[in-house]
Design a protein around this ligand. Sequence first.
Ligand code: HPA
Length: 272
Amino acid sequence: MSDMRERIQSAADTIRAKLGEAELAIVLGSGLGDHVQAMTDAACLPYAEIPGMPVSTAPGHAGKWWRGTIGGKRVFMLQGRFHLYEGISQEELVIPVRVMKLLGVRTLILTNAAGCANPEWKAGTLMMLTDYINFSGRNPLIGPNMDEFGPRFPDMSEAYSQRLRGIARETADRLGIGLREGVYMLFNGPTYESPAEVRMARLLGADAVGMSTVPETIAAHHCGIEVLGISCLTNMAAGLQKQPLSHEEVQETAARVSGSFRRLLNGIVEAV
Ligand code: HPA
């Protein structure tokens, strides 16, 4: 067994022994970590106590693997994810996704905070991902293929599941929550984008710019987990708003829309 495969296995064994398995998992993005309160019967394990897991250093990311119940469904929630700007490889960054696969996860909801590159929208918009642009210059599947997880050359025509997108759209309509749809473009960070980069992103067809989610999407789709992505567009991207961008603004906006975000997520989990 490769070192990486052993890390994935030991993390999965530890989580299974302490928290059990789940069919659905949610990764909570910047400023969205409070959503763990939506679960009843919750228990958690700090990443630091899970052998094989990378350790999260980003502010606003607590680094805990939760298990609990929403609407009668057993779920995992990951409070704190890993980012390229922390200096870890994309292969390491997607360890949690492969651990989920070993723990029975079939549906993954990836959430994030992102900048809004679509000038027609405004800060505070919720956007469901229809597709992504991987502008990191890397890919989490680079290296020997782990055949037991998926094929060497995976198809990405439908990285974000049409079925789950339909459920999310219906749920948003039913709850009266506005939900846009668009393309998310990954930048490495940790700098926010320059205005010229945002103009480029827009020209290439992006509606949102951010520093996460794409590697996890790729690894999950590779191993047959159905993926839904939802961004909270916390600010207009650089060049589209007058004031400078800041992590405080990101967290403030995420907190402001957290009520509707939570209702939407709960509704989707119940409907899946
Ligand atoms: N750019 C990249 N990542 C982000 C942004 C942004 O404008 N806002 C929140 N996360």
